[in-house]
Design a protein around this ligand. Structure first.
Ligand code: NAP
Length: 252
């Protein structure tokens, strides 16, 4: 039996893409799943789907760029299921695409707020709860762009590098208290985020796929498998680490 059975897991950005696949996999493993997102209808639909599969789930609407929403999210998870054992801080956006000098101040602040500040806000309240319990596992979704640059994506790249730094620092502070904290770094994954960023099938074939030695883009379920492994006791000696899941992208 999986050690995840009966544990409570928050997934931010859980209504779509990588978050949705991870929420479904947590449910399959027997977790109580707290699906959180700004997309209320999609989030509620996913919760219905999990319940139809005999899983336990609730939806909590939260904009993770707001600290008060992150605090409420953690409080609702604990009030509903009695504990918080796992958190996948995953919500993110692509943000403004421009070279540094042309990037608007608003665009910069927005992508940093959604992709980096959010991870600090979520971790702050998750850690306060996990500290009381003396255990927990946190996984932050960075990117391969937490390791290397990508032209016209300075805000995204800076935020994702920041997520890795924040992950390492929190791991130094909390690993001896029973809380493991790690980051994952997907390369390009087939999700609505790519389509919304204007990356249609043509761009995928001609530009994105050739960047991946494996010869294809990743699928959300493949990232979910890594996140769920990191969440579980199978990864009991893993903390403060960054795991690329990238079809060889960073090996080039
Ligand atoms: P996705 O399919 O767009 O899912 C992300 C979800 O997060 C969406 O429902 C989105 O809502 C929501 N969200 C956006 N801003 C939010 C906020 N402020 N508060 C709460 N929820 C918010 O994207 P995905 O590809 O699964 O991406 C998930 C994570 O993986 C992101 O952090 C992304 O940077 C990272 N990642 C993705 C890729 C990739 O190639 N797909 C690669 C590396 C890393 P909206 O639809 O309204 O924005």
């Amino acid at each position: 039996m999986s050690d995840l059975k009966g544990k409570t897991a928050i997934v931010t950005g859980g209504a779509s893409g990588i978050g949705e696949a991870t929420a479904l996999l947590y449910a399959e493993e027997g977790c109580n799943v707290v699906v959180s997102d700004v997309q209320e209808e999609k989030g509620n639909n996913l919760v219905q789907k999990i319940r139809q599969l005999n899983g336990k789930a609730i939806f909590v609407k939260a904009d993770v760029s707001k600290p008060e929403d992150c605090e409420i999210l953690v409080n609702k998870a604990v009030a509903t299921f009695g504990s918080l054992d796992i958190a996948f801080n995953n919500a993110g956006i692509v943000g403004e695409s421009n070279a540094v000098a042309d990037m608007s101040i608003e665009g910069w602040n927005h992508v940093i707020a959604v992709n980096l500040n959010s991870v600090f806000y979520c971790m702050k309240y998750e850690l306060l709860q996990m500290q009381k319990q003396g255990k927990g596992s946190i996984i932050n979704n960075s990117s391969i762009l937490g390791q290397v640059g990508f032209a016209n994506a300075a805000g995204y790249v800076a935020a994702k590098h920041g997520v890795i730094g924040l992950t390492k620092n929190a791991a130094l502070e909390y690993s001896s208290k029973g809380i493991r904290i790690n980051a994952v770094g997907p390369a390009f994954i087939n999700t609505p985020l790519l389509t919304e960023a204007g990356m249609d099938d043509n761009v995928k074939q001609s530009v994105l796929i050739p960047m991946h030695p494996i010869g294809r883009l990743g699928e959300s379920k493949e990232v979910a498998e890594l996140v769920v492994w990191l969440s579980s006791d199978k990864a009991s000696f893993v903390t403060g680490s960054y795991y690329a899941i990238d079809g060889g992208y960073l090996a080039r």
